[in-house]
Design a protein around this ligand. Sequence first.
Ligand SMILES: *[C@@H]1O[C@H](CO)[C@@H](O)[C@H](O)[C@H]1NC(C)=O
Ligand SMILES: *[C@@H]1O[C@H](CO)[C@@H](O)[C@H](O)[C@H]1NC(C)=O
Length: 192
Amino acid sequence: MWHFRLWDVQGVAVFLSVTLYLCHLVGAISIHSPQRSLTRSVQEDVIFSVNISCDGVPTIQWTFMSAAVSRSIGTWQPGVYTNITEDYSSRVEMYNNGSMGLSDLRLQDAGYYVVTVTETAGSSKDTGFVLKVNEVLYEDLQYLSITALALACVAFLLILGLWLLDKAYRRIVACRRRKQMPENDETELHPL
Ligand SMILES: *[C@@H]1O[C@H](CO)[C@@H](O)[C@H](O)[C@H]1NC(C)=O
Ligand SMILES: *[C@@H]1O[C@H](CO)[C@@H](O)[C@H](O)[C@H]1NC(C)=O
């Protein structure tokens, strides 16, 4: 009888600890992210890709951090609500797996992006991403060379125009002189 009871108590204890362990496993938040360091060019789009698993509906918050600022980009609970900060509302897309898409990148978007996942019970976990944003050098050069070419064309046309005007002016002056002083024409124009 006593033996049985002892066995029962042990069994219940083992059952409880296994259950607790499983609960702990299920409750643990996991954030899977294939790539944590990204490089894009100005005006391109980026997706900070994560896949979140946790107990219940997670609250996902993305925060931007750089040397100068730290600001909230948005918070959402998949299927419940989405709250995107006004500055980002036109450029940010939220996905149910926790990922965030940011479009039309600017140089100031370079920095750290942190995703914080909070589960219903209150525990939370976060993961950081690094984003580098490059200037579009090639297009800049193209733009510069086209501008230079256009300026050269304008300069050439101006010089051509001035030359033609100068020529026309000389002809007009010569004509007028010839008309005003037809007799002295030869001697006036060619004093030597
Ligand atoms: C999360 O979802 C987005 C959009 O459906 C997808 O592009 C991305 O690859 C997903 N990320 C992961 C890690 O599964
Ligand atoms: C949305 O987020 C802003 C800033 O993070 C906060 O002030 C505001 O109360 C939030 N709105 C809702 C409906 O949660």
